[in-house]
Design a protein around this ligand. Structure first.
Ligand SMILES: [Zn+2]
Length: 288
């Protein structure tokens, strides 16, 4: 999901089951890492060497899909969000340059849950199953994908750039008691800048998603990138994904093994263009 903009509280252990605030700009990181992301772990070679013995039993994670009871019908919520305007923001270093990683490397795989009803809202919120990222993040993602090829694995993309209005819709749709799990539209999400990606791994030979210690958007303790449960193979895959991403300039969010921020995320503005509008802008600039 997208509680990723929550700050880490000094001296207080991150509450796995109940993240609290959603502040983006207020907290300072000491390096390129976004607030709330973990320091980099062991490198790819080190993680690769820790591969556990092959496990015939490869059970799916125990946690089921996380669902909220919508505050209103999705059509009503969409209507309510129509006139909403993103927050004012300071100028950023770079102009947006959103691209589809699958256009750079068609062997990347998509599983865009928000374009289906298989997500925490049980409602379709994207018109199209597409994933966009700002160019440096997209290129880094392709390199991470390539680095996993020798392990017989590839990257399975769930979500990248997310229009601000969708973050607003998530907020409006989620009951007050569960809003800790979603980004506050008044500060926005790193997904709104095209600098964050939600992803997992798939098996190159079968095309199937590989099991991790938790499911995507499962808001349980098992979502933590250093959760010690699950099977050894599930934990190894999760650690391998993290090492491959970190080697290319991404950092993992401390509440979600599937969420990574690219080091350039802060250099891009918060955006509210739809996928179709991205296409239209590109056509315009190509015809100039
Ligand atoms: Zn995310």
């Amino acid at each position: 999901m997208h509680a990723e903009d929550m700050p880490k509280s000094d001296g207080i252990k991150f509450p796995l089951a109940a993240p609290a605030l959603t502040i983006l700009a207020a907290c300072g990181a000491t390096d390129d890492r976004a607030p709330g992301t973990l320091p980099h772990g062991p490198d790819l070679q080190t993680v690769a060497a820790r591969r556990p013995p092959a496990d015939d039993a490869d059970p799916p994670p125990k946690d089921g899909a996380y669902r909220v009871q919508l505050t209103a019908e999705i059509a009503v919520l969409r209507e309510r969000c129509k006139g909403a305007v993103p927050p004012q923001q300071p100028a950023t270093a770079r102009a947006p340059d959103l691209v589809e990683p699958t256009q750079l490397d068609p062997s990347l795989k998509l599983d865009v849950r928000y374009a289906t009803t298989d997500n925490f809202l049980s409602a379709r919120v994207y018109d199209e199953a597409r994933v966009f990222l700002q160019r440096p993040a997209a290129e880094a993602l392709v390199r991470a994908h390539e680095s996993l090829r020798s392990f017989g694995m590839g990257l399975l993309l769930h979500d990248g750039y997310r229009p601000w209005r969708v973050t607003k819709l998530f907020w409006e749709a989620t009951p007050l008691a569960q809003r800790d799990f979603v980004a506050d539209p008044s500060s926005g999400s790193r997904h709104n800048r095209g600098g964050a990606i939600d992803l997992s791994l798939f098996d190159l030979a079968t095309g199937r998603a590989l099991f991790m210690p938790s499911g995507f958007d499962a808001f349980t303790e098992a979502a933590h990138p250093e959760f010690a449960g699950g099977t050894p193979m599930q934990r190894w895959r999760r650690d391998l994904l993290r090492a491959a991403m970190e080697a290319q300039g991404f950092s993992v969010y401390d509440g979600e093994w599937w969420h990574f921020d690219h080091a350039t995320w802060q250099q891009y503005p918060l955006l509210d263009v739809t996928f179709a509008e991205i296409d239209a802008t590109r056509r315009q600039s190509n015809s100039k």
